[in-house]
Design a protein around this ligand. Structure first.
Ligand SMILES: [Ca+2]
Length: 258
C-alpha cells in the first residue's frame, strides 16, 4: 500500500465515521404525548386545546381562550372559554403527584391525567395535534370514563372520535365509570401526513342514543403521536442516502488517482 493509499483509507474511514454520526444524530423517532405535554399556554407546541362550535365538524374548531390553574380549588388546570358559565367545554389536567378524587363532587383524575368535557350546547371538546413536519406518523390512544356521576347522570356517557383528513376516522362510546375505550381503527403502521394537517381527539356528550345530556361527562384521554425516525432526515432520508453514495464515490475516485 502506497502512503497516499493509507491517507485515502484514513480519509474514507473518517468520512464514513462522520456519515454514521450524522445518521445516528438525526434519525430518531419523536413521540408527542398529549398528557405529559400539557401546558398552560394554548397552543403549545404541536397541541391546541379547543372545541367544535358545530357538532363533530373539524372545520368549526375554535381554540380555547381561557386558562385557569387549580380551577375551583380542585387541583385541576383548565383550558376553556372565557366567561363560559358552565366552564365547559373544557380540557383539563392533573399536574399533581396523586389522584384527585371527587373533583366537583363527581370525578376522579389520576396523577398526570388529561381529560375532556363537552359543552351544554353539544360542543365537542377537542385536543388537536398539528403535524409539524411532513412524514410518517403513528397514533395510539385510549379514552377513559372518569366521572362517577351524581343524580344528574350516573357516569360518563360520551362519544369519542379520532379524526384526520384521510387516515384515521375512529369513533367509540364511553358509557361507564372506570371504563377504557381504545383507539382501534388504525393498526396498519404509520401513515403519511402533510405538514400542517391535523389530528383531532374529541369528546361529545352523547354516549348512546338515549343520552343527550352533558352532565358528568368527563372523559380521560391518553394519546401519543409518534413521528417515524425517517421524518427527521432531510427529504425523509433521501439526501443523506445520496450523501453516503457521494462519499463512497469520492473515496473511490481518490484511490483511482493513487
Ligand atoms: Ca352524556
Amino acid at each position: 500500500m502506497k502512503p497516499n493509499q493509507i491517507t485515502n483509507q484514513v480519509t474514507t474511514n473518517l468520512l464514513s465515521g462522520a456519515f454514521a454520526v450524522a445518521v445516528t444524530g438525526t434519525a430518531s423517532a419523536i413521540t408527542y404525548d398529549a398528557a405529559s405535554d400539557f401546558s398552560a399556554t394554548n397552543p403549545s407546541g404541536a397541541w391546541t386545546y379547543g372545541s367544535y362550535s358545530t357538532a363533530n365538524t373539524p372545520a368549526s374548531f375554535v381554540a380555547f381562550n381561557n386558562y385557569a390553574a387549580n380551577s375551583g380549588g380542585t387541583g385541576l388546570d383548565f383550558h376553556n372559554i372565557s366567561g363560559d358559565i358552565d366552564a365547559v367545554p373544557a380540557v383539563f389536567h392533573n399536574a399533581t403527584s396523586g389522584t384527585i378524587f371527587n373533583a366537583f363532587t363527581t370525578l376522579d383524575v389520576p396523577a398526570g391525567g388529561l381529560a375532556l368535557h363537552p359543552g351544554n350546547l353539544g360542543e365537542r371538546a377537542v385536543i388537536r395535534f398539528t403535524v409539524p413536519t411532513a412524514g410518517l406518523y403513528s397514533i395510539s390512544a385510549d379514552f377513559f370514563g372518569w366521572d362517577h356521576g351524581s343524580v344528574w347522570e350516573p357516569y360518563t356517557t360520551t362519544d369519542v372520535y379520532v379524526n384526520d383528513a384521510s387516515n384515521f376516522n375512529f369513533s367509540g362510546l364511553v358509557n361507564g365509570y372506570s371504563l377504557t375505550v381504545p383507539f382501534a381503527s388504525y393498526a396498519g403502521g404509520p401513515a403519511w401526513l402533510a405538514a400542517g394537517s391535523t389530528i383531532d381527539f374529541s369528546v361529545g356528550m352523547s354516549g348512546s342514543s338515549g343520552d343527550l345530556t352533558y352532565f358528568n361527562d368527563s372523559t380521560g384521554l391518553s394519546a401519543q403521536v409518534t413521528s417515524s425516525a425517517s421524518n427527521n432526515l432531510p427529504d425523509g432520508g433521501t439526501t443523506v442516502a445520496l450523501l453516503g453514495l457521494s462519499l463512497s464515490g469520492l473515496a473511490y475516485f481518490r484511490r483511482k488517482l493513487a
